[in-house]
Design a protein around this ligand. Sequence first.
Ligand SMILES: [Zn+2]
Ligand SMILES: [Zn+2]
Ligand SMILES: [Zn+2]
Length: 253
Amino acid sequence: MRVTLLGTGTSQGIPVIACKCDVCRSDDSKDKRLRSAIMIEEGATRIVVDVGPDFRQQMLRHEVDNLNAILLTHEHADHIFGLDDIRSFNWLQKSPMDVYCEERVQKNLKSIFKYVFDVNKYPGTPQMDLIDLENKEFSIGPVNIIPIRVYHHRLPVYGFRFGRFAYLTDFNMIEDQEIDKLIGVETLVICALRKAPHISHLNLLGALELIEKIAPRKAFLTHMSHEMGKHRDLIKDLPSNVEPGYDGLVLEI
Ligand SMILES: [Zn+2]
Ligand SMILES: [Zn+2]
Ligand SMILES: [Zn+2]
């Protein structure tokens, strides 16, 4: 299985519009972070987790010409606002896109993207089939998926385990029984917003503590804010099995 980090930035991305900080002005490509998303590839099956406002750019950058399904962690703008751009795949594949998400997220999609779900749709509107996501194991083609329930302040969000790999973003609370489902994960991608505490996101210390509990062979940080500092400085502060993720990083699992 191959995992590509399509984006590793928080909701504003890096650079932040009009910000003149060192991180936003850095010329290191690893300090340029699109909104967080990953792509999973196994044989001919390709799945994207989260479709933020940078989805179009992410699909172009990686020359993606086929997509089997989308998984959504939750309904925040930085995770769904690229959904209108699934149209290219609708036309190419001549089919609606399978979008897996929980009931609350489906309800939000129907109100945010009202035109997609209208009875009399405007021609050329995106086509998606919403598929119920519950806290139980399922498969898409050869890819086995175990949802992991986490909490984003009080908002329930799903992370996902795919065999020896897991992706957890946008949360700062996870119950012990959900941590148990991550035993044996060898590669973990986990959110860490910044060094200072935050009401709904793990900060660096919180992410490192959870990494220690899950004990993967290797962990990569994602959903980072410009307040986290530059990639090259951050990497020096981390334990040997933890690295800041960066856009375009490919992990062979
Ligand atoms: Zn987010
Ligand atoms: Zn900045
Ligand atoms: Zn969020």
